[in-house]
Design a protein around this ligand. Structure first.
Ligand SMILES: [Cu+2]
Length: 400
C-alpha cells in the first residue's frame, strides 16, 4: 500500500468521493490567471516594440474588504508584465496622470545611462501630466523588474513595480529542465498607515504649493525646491535648514509594513501555483518591496537556476531561499509529491494580515490532478461530522 493510499483509507469516504477522480474546477483556474501579472502587448513600430505605461491612482484589494489607494501602472498592481526577447528594441512611452513626480528604473537591465530612470542623476523627474520615452535594447536575459525611482519608499510600496522578463529562444534553463508552465511572483510589503498619511500630506502640500505659486507667494525654501545643488548650498549658507534636519524621522516613524503581498494580493487571495504529478514548473521570484523574505516550500526541494536573472553555473537544491529587496531568483519545482503544499515566508511576521495569521506571503502549490477524495479532510475518530462541513482545506474551499 502506498503511503497516500493509506492516508485516504484513514479518511472518511464522503459523498464527494463518489465524484469522478476530479480535476480542478475550470473557474478556479481562470480566476487564478488574474492573480498573476498580465502581459502587456507591444505595438510594432518598424522593428521597435512599443509599450505604453501610465501611472494613476487605483484602488487595489489585497484581500476581500481590504482596499487601499495605490499608485498603479495601467491600473494594475503589480504593473503589467513586459515580456520581450533578448536583443529586442524597446520603447516605453510613460505617461504621468498623477499629481506626483515619478520615473521608471529598469532594474537589472543594461540600458543606456540616460534611460536608467534616476531623478536628477540621469533625467529630470517626469512631472504631473508629462510623458517620458524610454528606449533601450532588451539585455540581459532573465527575470528583471521595473519600478519608480522617485520617493521610492513611498512610491514602490504604493504599487509602482512590475515584472520585466527577457526571454531567449534558446533558453538555457528550459534545456536543462524542460517545462511548459511558468509563473511570476512579485513580492512587496506595505505600511498602509504610512501610505495613507504620506499620500494625504503630499496632496495637501501640493494644493498649498499650487495656490501660492498662482499668487506669486511661493517660497522655494519652505517647499524645499531648488533648481540646482548650488542653490541649495547657498540657501544652507544663509541659514536654511533642509527638511531632513527639521523633520527627522525616528526609526518608529519609518514605514513598518503590516501587509505583505504577492502579485498585489495577500493570503487567502494570493495566487496558486498549479502543477501536475510529473510536471516541472518554473517560478520567477521578484522582491520589489522593502523586506527580506525567507521563502520556504513544503514537501519539496526546488532547484535554484537563476540569480538576478543570470543562470547560476550549477543549479542546486534547497527548500528555503532568502529573497532580499531588489533580488530576483528563478526556481524550478518538480511535481514529485502530490498534494497541496504551502510556499510561504518563514519570517512568520509576514504570513499575517495586519498582525493576524494566516495571511500575507502565503500561497499554495496545488497539484491540479489531485483526486477529489484526497482533498477531503475526514472526521477524526469519535467526532460526529457531516460531510461537506469539514472538507475545508482552506485554499481549496476559497477557490471553488
Ligand atoms: Cu513614483
Amino acid at each position: 500500500m502506498k503511503r497516500r493510499d493509506f492516508l485516504i483509507t484513514g479518511a472518511a469516504i464522503s459523498a464527494a468521493a463518489m465524484l469522478p477522480g476530479s480535476l480542478l474546477a475550470e473557474s478556479a483556474k481562470k480566476e487564478n490567471i488574474d492573480r498573476f501579472p498580465q502581459p502587456l502587448a507591444p505595438i510594432m513600430k518598424g522593428d521597435i516594440k512599443e509599450f505604453r505605461l501610465f501611472i494613476d491612482i487605483y484602488q487595489q484589494e489585497f484581500v476581500p474588504a481590504m482596499k487601499i489607494h495605490t499608485l498603479a501602472f495601467n491600473n494594475q498592481v503589480p504593473g503589467p508584465e513586459i515580456r520581450v526577447n533578448r536583443g529586442d528594441k524597446i520603447r516605453v512611452i510613460f505617461e504621468n496622470r498623477t499629481e506626483l513626480n515619478h520615473t521608471i528604473h529598469w532594474h537589472g537591465m543594461y540600458v543606456p545611462w540616460r534611460m536608467d530612470g534616476v531623478p536628477y542623476v540621469t533625467q529630470m523627474p517626469v512631472m504631473p501630466g508629462q510623458k517620458f520615452v524610454y528606449e533601450f535594447v532588451a539585455e540581459p536575459y532573465g527575470t528583471h523588474f521595473y519600478h519608480c525611482h522617485w520617493g521610492t519608499l513611498l512610491h514602490m510600496q504604493a504599487g509602482m513595480f512590475g515584472s520585466l522578463i527577457v526571454e531567449d529562444p534558446d533558453d538555457p534553463i528550459k534545456k536543462k529542465f524542460p517545462y511548459e508552465r511558468e509563473y511570476t511572483l512579485v513580492y512587496s510589503a506595505h505600511d498602509v498607515n504610512f501610505l495613507r498619511d504620506e499620500l494625504n500630506a503630499m496632496i495637501e502640500r501640493m494644493k498649498e504649493r499650487t495656490y501660492l505659486m498662482k499668487n506669486g507667494r511661493f517660497n522655494k525654501e519652505r517647499f524645499a525646491v531648488f533648481d540646482t545643488k548650488e542653490e541649495l548650498e547657498e540657501a544652507v549658507r544663509n541659514g536654511y535648514q533642509p527638511p531632513y534636519l527639521v523633520n527627522r524621522r525616528a526609526p518608529a516613524g519609518l514605514a513598518q509594513p503590516s501587509w505583505f503581498t504577492v502579485n498585489g494580493k495577500s493570503y487567502p487571495s494570493t495566487p496558486n501555483l498549479y502543477i501536475k504529478e510529473g510536471e516541472t514548473i518554473r517560478v520567477r521570484l521578484i522582491n520589489a518591496g522593502t523586506e527580506e523574505h525567507y521563502l520556504h516550500l513544503h514537501g519539496h526541494d526546488f532547484w535554484l537556476v537563476c540569480d538576478d536573472g543570470l543562470p547560476v553555473p550549477q543549479p542546486w537544491q534547497m527548500n528555503t531561499i532568502r529573497l532580499s529587496p531588489g533580488k530576483t531568483f528563478d526556481i524550478i519545482i518538480e511535481g514529485k509529491n502530490r498534494g497541496i503544499w504551502t510556499f510561504h515566508d518563514h519570517d512568520t511576521r509576514r504570513v499575517t494580515n495586519n498582525g493576524l495569521y494566516p495571511g500575507g506571503n502565503l500561497l499554495a502549490l496545488v497539484y491540479e490532478d489531485l483526486p477529489m477524495e484526497e482533498r477531503m479532510v475526514g472526521p477524526m475518530k469519535g467526532m460526529e461530522m457531516k460531510p461537506g462541513k469539514m472538507n475545508m482545506l482552506p485554499k481549496v474551499a476559497l477557490d471553488e
